[in-house]
Structures are given as structure tokens and as C-alpha cells.
Design a protein around this ligand. Structure first.
Ligand code: SAH
Length: 238
């Protein structure tokens, strides 16, 4: 009798609290899913960088996806973000971010703003983020989402990422989140010596490549096969 009473009381209190807090309860539900996403999908697969893991626990991924897929925001999948584009699987966002080796003073360029989620994650581990989106509707929406959520070290530009952002070059790191067929030479030119670039290269199935610019040339490493939407628009190498 007493044992049953002890078991029931906390549940009743929790239900009462959930009813009273309403929206806050819903927020907490996502926070818990976010924690689990990081532990089970990201840390468990070998991403160890604490600053990246913390950023992934803090950035509200559900607010970067359309309402219709909000409840799937923390699953181990890419999700549609409109205009036929997708937001990458959380693990890939974390992996790419950690490969860039960022610190609080880094200046980073992203090609393919999409929803703005990757830019938001970058902004928590880097000093300043510049991000370019070729589809105006997506770029403007991402800019608004980032502003509304108070990310104030990110600049969004609507334009062709193949051109990079010459006024702000050189960058400590460049991340490309749409797949070009070849490594874009204009972007390599905008990378600092010692800088790192992460880019999915290829057409249907691509290789995620980590490129380091050294005095002797480009050191390249194939990290993992991936599938990104194609990088569109004219590139200097075509
Ligand atoms: N990083 C995004 C997802 C990127 S999806 C996020 O976190 O949500 C790839 C994006 O690259 C798409 O939005 C697509 O429109 C954009 N894109 C494709 N080619 C591009 C180019 N040449 N310049 C800039 N953006 C490009």
C-alpha cells in the first residue's frame, strides 16, 4: 500500500507540473531528445570534441525544420527543408563541424545555408560565420530564423557559393554542404595557409573530403561516403 503510494506520487506531481507549464513542458521534451541525439547518434559514433557536442545539445534543431517534420527533428536522418533541399543528418553536421578544428577565434565560410542549422552550430564553436545560399527563399528564411533565435555572429549572403566571399577571405575554415563535382579552386584560394576545408565531392554518391592547405600544396583525406544535394550554378572549374 505504502510502496504503491510512493510510486504514484512522483508521477502525479510530474503530470501536474506538465499540465501547468504547458509550452515549457514541450520545450523540455525536445531538450531531452536533443541530449539523446548527441549521446546515441554522435558521441557513440566517435565525435569527441566537447565544444561540438555542447553546441549540438544547445542549438534547437526543431526550429530549423518545417513544422510538418518538427517531431522528427532529432531522428538519425536528413530532413526536407523545402525547395527540394535537405538538412543533413545530425551526425554528419557534427562530424563536419569537428573536422574543421575550430576555436573561438576562427572565421569560417559555409556554402549552402539551407535552413541555417549548420551555420548555427558553427557559430557556437567559431568566432564568426559567413554563409552563402543560392536559393533566395531559403537564404532569407534562414537569415530570419537565425536572427529570431539571437545568433548574432552569422552573416547570410544570397549568391553563388562557387565565388566564395572574397571581401572576407582568407578563412580559417570552409565547409561546403552541397556537392560539387570537383574541389572548387576559388574556395581553396580563399582558405588560409594551414586552413581546413570539408567538402562532399562527386555526383550521386560522394566522398566527404577533408582538405588541409599546406605550404607544399593540398593534403587530402577521404573521410566517409555521403550523399548531399548537388552544388548548382557556374563554377570557375567547369
Ligand atoms: N547546411 C544546410 C543544408 C544544406 S542543403 C543546413 O544546415 O540546413 C544544400 C544547400 O546548398 C541548399 O540549400 C542549396 O540551395 C544550396 N546550394 C546549392 N548550390 C549552391 C551554390 N552554388 N551556392 C550556394 N548554395 C548552394
Amino acid at each position: 500500500m505504502n510502496d504503491a503510494g510512493r510510486a504514484v506520487a512522483p508521477v502525479a506531481l510530474l503530470l501536474l507540473w506538465a499540465t501547468m507549464t504547458g509550452g515549457a513542458g514541450a520545450q523540455d521534451r525536445y531538450a531531452e531528445q536533443r541530449e539523446r541525439m548527441v549521446d546515441d547518434q554522435i558521441a557513440a559514433r566517435g565525435v569527441r570534441d566537447d565544444r561540438v557536442l555542447t553546441a549540438m545539445k544547445e542549438v534547437p534543431r526543431h526550429l530549423f525544420v518545417p513544422e510538418s517534420v518538427r517531431d522528427e527533428a532529432y531522428t538519425d536522418e536528413p530532413l526536407p527543408i523545402g525547395d527540394g533541399q535537405t538538412i543533413s543528418q545530425p551526425y554528419i553536421v557534427a562530424l563536419m563541424t569537428s573536422l574543421l578544428g575550430l576555436d573561438a577565434s576562427s572565421k569560417v565560410l559555409e556554402i549552402g545555408t539551407g535552413s541555417g542549422y549548420q551555420a548555427a552550430v558553427l557559430s557556437r564553436v567559431a568566432g564568426r560565420v559567413y554563409t552563402i545560399e543560392i536559393r533566395e527563399r531559403l537564404g532569407l528564411r534562414a537569415e530570419k530564423t537565425l536572427q529570431d533565435l539571437g545568433f548574432d555572429n552569422i552573416e547570410v549572403r544570397i549568391g553563388n557559393g562557387y565565388l566564395g566571399w572574397p571581401e572576407e577571405a582568407p578563412f580559417d575554415a570552409i565547409i561546403v554542404t552541397a556537392a560539387p563535382e570537383k574541389i572548387p579552386s576559388t574556395l581553396v584560394a580563399q582558405l588560409k595557409l594551414g586552413g581546413r576545408m570539408v567538402v562532399p565531392v562527386g555526383s550521386y554518391i560522394q566522398d566527404l573530403k577533408l582538405i588541409v592547405k599546406t605550404p607544399e600544396g593540398l593534403a587530402q583525406e577521404r573521410v566517409v561516403p555521403v550523399r548531399f544535394v548537388p552544388m548548382i550554378g557556374e563554377g570557375a572549374d567547369q
